[in-house]
Design a protein around this ligand. Structure first.
Ligand code: C5P
Length: 273
């Protein structure tokens, strides 16, 4: 897909982000481009305690708007950390990657629905019925929007084959698209996929599906991957159709987290200015 094809979504989200910022006054005085970039970066707070997580939030000093609370932090700190972030005006992606029988997942969605997260993840490989049950539970007022995780960015074709997904050399792509279509059919609001598939997923899903891409590494980070297999720069991921990017260790383990975050925000702003 060419860059033009993702423009309508970029402009739509820019308008939405600007309206939101105007309505809460949180970013008064900043350019709409800057606000738009902030709406597209989610910093993953992968820490073992609320204290460590909030320490990083303080160091970022208001330069980011979205934070991701994953299993490590949520199991250690619970709702308290989400409430703390909300009180300070941040948006929260609760990345619990729910994967169980439909009744249990629907119950889990109901249990966290009122906590204040804006996004909540489920595993698309839990199947259509599980995702339908989750979507139904998330239709209550105030509940988070749901994202379905397709194939983890830490997996490559060999690992996928080892868990029984086999076929053509292109099986990773096919599996991501298969799960994306299943999630769309089940009424899920958005998807998590890697930068390698996001262009094909955007083309298949159309401009309105929210596509969240983890495995982002800052331009010039010399091939740093950690445990991620499918990685890209923010510039590439946005150009291929990503709505939002998730960045963890490149920011959280940096000597100067705010500087790295600012660099990624600048990459995002430049990629659709
Ligand atoms: O540190 P790093 O930038 O690799 O962190 C990526 C974050 O995105 C982690 O919190 C991880 O749980 C999350 N994630 C992912 N791949 C997915 C879904 C979420 O890496 N498919």
């Amino acid at each position: 897909m060419d860059k033009k094809a993702v423009r309508p979504q970029a402009h739509k989200e820019a308008a939405g982000a600007h309206k939101q910022a105007q309505s809460d006054g949180a970013n008064a005085g900043e350019s709409s481009e800057r606000i738009d970039a902030k709406e597209r970066l989610i910093v993953a707070l992968d820490f073992p305690s609320a204290e460590r997580a909030m320490g990083l939030v303080n160091r970022l000093d208001g330069c980011c708007r979205w934070f991701k609370v994953g299993m490590e932090l949520y199991y250690a700190a619970g709702n308290r950390v989400i409430e703390g972030l909300r009180e300070r005006g941040y948006e929260v992606f609760l990345d619990l990657k729910l994967h169980d029988i439909p009744n249990t997942v629907a119950g889990a969605v109901r249990s966290v629905a009122g906590v204040g997260a804006s996004l909540l993840s489920v595993h698309a490989s839990g199947g259509e019925q599980m995702m339908r049950a989750a979507a139904h539970a998330a239709s209550a007022p105030g509940a988070p929007k749901l994202l379905a995780v397709t194939v983890l960015t830490s997996m490559d074709t060999a690992e996928l084959r080892a868990v029984g997904v086999s076929g053509s050399a292109n099986e990773l792509h096919s599996q991501v698209l298969r799960l994306a279509r299943l999630a769309q059919t089940a009424g899920i609001d958005g998807l998590v996929c890697s930068s390698e598939e996001v262009e094909a997923v955007r083309a298949a899903m159309g401009p309105d599906m929210k596509l969240v891409v983890p495995g982002i590494r800052p331009a010039g980070s010399a091939g740093r991957r950690d445990d991620q297999k499918r990685v890209a720069s923010a510039t590439d991921a946005i150009a291929r159709g990503a709505s939002m990017l998730v960045v963890g260790r490149p920011i959280t383990q940096a000597a100067d987290p705010a500087k790295v975050a600012a660099g990624i925000l600048a990459e995002i702003a430049a990629s659709h200015s």
